[in-house]
Design a protein around this ligand. Structure first.
Ligand code: HEM
Length: 538
């Protein structure tokens, strides 16, 4: 064993499978929670073919690893090559000085005031969803209630929002239209999800053992999956190139072009840099990053939106409290059309909305773990020392090449950090909470609200403000206009965590993707909701 012998962990079922099927086939974070309770916050487990993983559920250890990303705790080389096949050499793929350079050049697209200016765009998309749902209630509803698997619709609003804010393009998918760029990106993600069998877990692990240099050359092979991926990329790239050329023409002829999307902001920043003789991003780099934002920002935000709606549907008292707040600030559907009126300032006046969103991000982090490889021998500091037979250990020695798994879910549900009710969904814990006052030994290094959900350090999620505002707008708009309940009422959530993502599904029913089955009804207005209360929908 390369890891110190005092680290404990589960016994592998076999050399081929290790503990991997237990990890991949239990609910997201479940195996980790069990092993953490048994072996401590820092333990080891075996992946396929005897690969040993160091698992960290310790705040200081996670903060340390995240700080070292981009230089000393890196993405596995083969995995990184696979990533390059999909996103090209964008921010997620980049390391070291290239990463720092790209991050600097992308900063104009992620500054707070620009991201806040996207709120009306998110609101326009949310309002289009509301219009469609109202139509369905009228045409397909029974006694004013309509059963819908909202997951598909959430995917549509998330892609519409990305289309408008990244490329400035309206796809029209909510209204039944199909757009080539949206289709190209769907092809790149090829969303079809299937729960892995033990055999596919082993095959997956074997594929990841293909040396990076071979993966690098795989792209030349005429494999069917790759041909489809390349075709999707060709269409996406051509489209983006035409858009960038058009933006450039517009900017040359009229400096008043509004910055309403990333492509405009990045093309403008590039032109400015060139005039000032600063280095700028090439069109290829801009395109690779727009693709990166799509891959990083689509399923993550969609899954959080779905988890939030599921929690609101199964906790009617939380839903009612949220609807009261939202109706007080935004008025009823009859008072006000939100298709372009909602602002970031209004969102800031809804602390309970923020609490519900934060609690969703804590309990249902859409990426439940981060996997790294140590670039050099190192010592990882701990918040809570480990007691061994020979003494106390406050740093774990590791060797270059060691796989390290930071459990985002484990830190988000750590009793040490969040208290004894850490596994319960309780938005109230956020009201009046000041992140700055948290004891340093309980700080995870997370970029937002001491949550590990968006990562931390130099490679922390660049899109977290975007995601927070986007999901807040969607939830506020849906809850203002509809009462939601689970349908059927006894629907049981299964948070699938087969890969690094967490996807809402029904226990025992794998339908090939996320699920969010709701019964929706028009909300009867402010008076009913606030004063009388509405009977929970069943
Ligand atoms: C709720 C939604 C989201 C979650 C939970 C999420 C989570 C994450 C996490 C965990 C990482 C890795 C952080 C680390 O290694 O420390 C990451 C990176 C990243 N995210 Fe997000 N993300 C979300 C939405 C978005 C959106 C909307 C965008 C873009 C518009 C985006 C763009 C990125 C990019 C580009 C990276 C790579 C950053 C780098 O390597 O420097 N994400 N995200």
């Amino acid at each position: 064993s390369r890891l110190p012998s005092y680290l404990k962990g589960p016994t592998p079922s076999s050399w081929i499978l290790g503990n991997q099927s237990d990890w991949a086939l239990s609910e997201a974070g479940e195996a980790n929670g069990r092993w953490k309770a048994q072996y401590g916050a820092v333990y080891k487990y075996f992946g396929c073919f005897g690969d040993e993983y160091l698992v960290l559920n310790d705040a200081n250890a996670l903060a340390y690893i995240m700080k070292g990303q981009a230089t000393s705790y890196l993405l596995d080389k083969s995995l990184r090559e696979f990533l390059r096949l999909v996103t090209g050499e964008g921010l997620n793929w980049a390391e070291g000085s290239n990463h720092a350079r790209q991050r600097r050049l992308l900063s104009p697209a992620f500054n707070t005031s620009f991201i806040k200016s996207l709120v009306p765009t998110f609101a326009s998309v949310g309002s289009r969803l509301v219009a469609q749902w109202n139509k369905r209630i009228d045409s397909e509803g029974v006694d004013g209630a309509w059963d819908v698997d909202a997951f598909h619709w959430i995917e549509l609003i998330t892609t519409e929002a990305l289309g408008l804010t990244a490329f400035g393009v309206k796809f029209g998918s909510l209204e039944g239209e199909e757009h080539p760029l949206q289709k190209a990106y769907a092809g790149m993600i090829s969303a079809s999800f299937s729960r892995p069998s033990k055999l596919s877990i082993v095959i997956g692990a074997a594929i990841l053992r293909i040396p990076a240099w071979i993966v690098h050359h795989i792209q030349r092979l005429p494999l069917p999956g790759l041909t489809k991926l390349k075709e999707a990329q060709r269409i996406g790239h051509k489209f983006a190139n035409e858009l960038m050329a058009e933006k450039r023409r517009q900017l040359e002829s009229n400096a008043q072009v509004e910055d309403r999307d990333f492509i405009t902001v990045l093309v403008r920043a590039g032109e400015k840099n060139q005039r000032g003789n600063l280095e700028s991003m090439s069109d290829m780099e801009i395109y690779n990053n727009l693709t990166t934002f799509w891959i990083a920002g689509f399923e993550t935000s969609a899954n959080v939106t779905a988890f939030a709606l599921i929690e609101l549907a199964r906790n009617p008292h939380i839903q009612q409290r949220l609807s009261s707040e939202v109706l007080n600030i935004l008025g009823t559907a009859a008072d006000r059309d939100l298709s372009d009126g909602l602002t970031a300032d209004e969102l800031e006046r809804m602390p309970y909305l923020e609490a519900v969103l934060n609690e969703t991000l804590r309990c249902h982090a859409p990426i439940h773990s981060g996997l790294f490889r140590a670039a050099a021998d190192d010592l990882i500091p701990l918040s809570t020392p480990i007691q061994t037979e020979t003494g106390t250990v406050d740093r774990i020695p590791i060797r270059a090449g060691q796989c390290v798994l930071g459990s985002i879910d484990g830190l988000n549900k750590s009793e040490e950090v969040w208290g004894p009710d850490a596994t319960e969904f309780l938005p109230d814990r956020w009201l009046g909470r000041e992140t700055k006052q948290i004891d340093p030994s309980k700080q995870t290094g997370g970029i937002y609200a001491n949550l590990a959900t968006f990562g931390g350090g130099p490679k922390a999620c660049i899109g977290y403000r975007f995601a927070l505002l986007e999901v807040s707008v969607f939830i506020a708009i849906i809850i203002r206009d509809f009462e939601i309940a689970l349908s059927p009422p006894d629907w049981q959530l299964w948070s699938d965590g087969s890969f690094i993502g967490t996807i809402p599904m029904e226990k025992g029913r794998w339908l090939g993707g996320g699920q969010c089955p709701l019964k929706i009804r028009r909300r009867q207005g402010k008076f009913d909701a606030v004063v009388l209360g509405t009977a929970p929908l069943r």
